[in-house]
Write a protein that binds this ligand. Structure first.
Ligand code: SF4
Ligand code: SF4
Length: 292
């Protein structure tokens, strides 16, 4: 099992301190999410743009968006108070790779904190194209949300994409997104990053396809997979989310092929601290205080 996850000792240590990659680490080590990335370049049918990217977050809250400079100041404050945080990630509120602020933030943080693990979560559309910029700042852990490898399924989940300033819809959009996700994931695995895949389980759409994806992820060398329940909102507001039993059965079926994350809390894109303890840059007031 998992014999392809052949990683360096240093990467193994980093993962053992990353709360999302290791079930044991979640109780001892925290993460800090910096909400510096408001724009998105695709439209998932389960996304309500009023809130954080639900590929990594719960709906119902919008994180305070910080500038890269303010994000660095916030990082200074949080790390000083929470020395058990060894991971700083960018997960929204839109798609991190669709926002230049993401790269500027990584630059500032890396310059000041050479030993932190930098983490990013993306829909994958720009992963291949921006990969060298992630490498430049030594981003080591990466999450890609991938809900299908079959364009006929993907086109039911994603309404449209914007790639190189051009809008694509339907099957064409789905084909481009899948191609970009696969090439980006492979590039990241080959470069030695620890790759996590988030897959939103949508009964009646991609449920029968997820096991095939897990087998492919095994072949590609993906480190861990996080099968998340659909949050039924926006165009998918009338769809049924999966039951816990359905998700559990699928996770167990995928387990022989790729390690399964079962402790995801669908955090806000400005969350920090231990998973499940829900500290966050809660109000605009606090964001304003930081800027003053
Ligand atoms: Fe919404 Fe995230 Fe999908 Fe973008 S990638 S449309 S922010 S769920
Ligand atoms: Fe980790 Fe899930 Fe929270 Fe992301 S949303 S930081 S994967 S627990």
């Amino acid at each position: 099992k998992y014999e392809k996850n052949d990683m360096s000792q240093e990467m193994k240590r980093k993962i053992s301190e990353h709360p999302c990659y290791s079930g044991e680490a979640q109780h001892k080590f925290g993460r800090l999410h910096l909400a510096v990335a408001p724009k998105c370049n695709i439209e998932c049918n389960y996304c309500d743009r009023k809130f954080d990217c639900v590929n990594e977050s719960r709906p119902g809250v919008t994180s305070v968006v910080l500038s890269p400079k303010d994000a660095l100041a916030w990082t200074d404050q949080v790390l000083a108070q929470h020395p058990f945080i060894h991971v700083v990630g960018i997960a929204g509120p839109g798609d991190p790779l669709a926002n230049e602020e993401t790269f500027e933030t990584f630059r500032l943080i890396r310059e000041k904190y050479p030993d932190l693990t930098l983490c990013v979560s993306t829909n994958g559309l720009m992963l291949e194209d921006r990969f060298s910029d992630l490498l430049k700042y030594n981003v080591e852990t990466l999450t890609v949300t991938m809900n299908s490898m079959d364009p006929d399924i993907q086109m039911q989940i994603v309404d449209h994409i914007v790639y190189n300033k051009k809008h694509y819809h339907g099957r064409e959009a789905a084909e481009i997104l899948i191609e970009k996700q696969i090439s980006g994931i492979q590039k990241a695995v080959d470069a030695g990053l620890a790759v996590k895949i988030n897959t939103v389980l949508i009964p009646g759409i991609n449920d029968n396809h997820i096991l095939d994806m897990a087998q492919k992820f095994h072949d590609m060398g993906v480190y861990i997979m996080n099968i998340m329940p659909l949050i039924n909102q926006a165009k998918f507001k009338d769809r049924r989310p999966p039951t816990d039993a359905e998700r559990n059965t699928l996770q167990n079926a995928c387990l022989p092929y790729v390690k399964q994350m079962k402790h995801c809390r669908q955090c806000r894109s400005d969350a920090y601290g231990l998973l499940g303890q829900d500290l966050s840059l809660l109000s605009k007031t606090r964001g304003d205080e930081l800027r003053s």
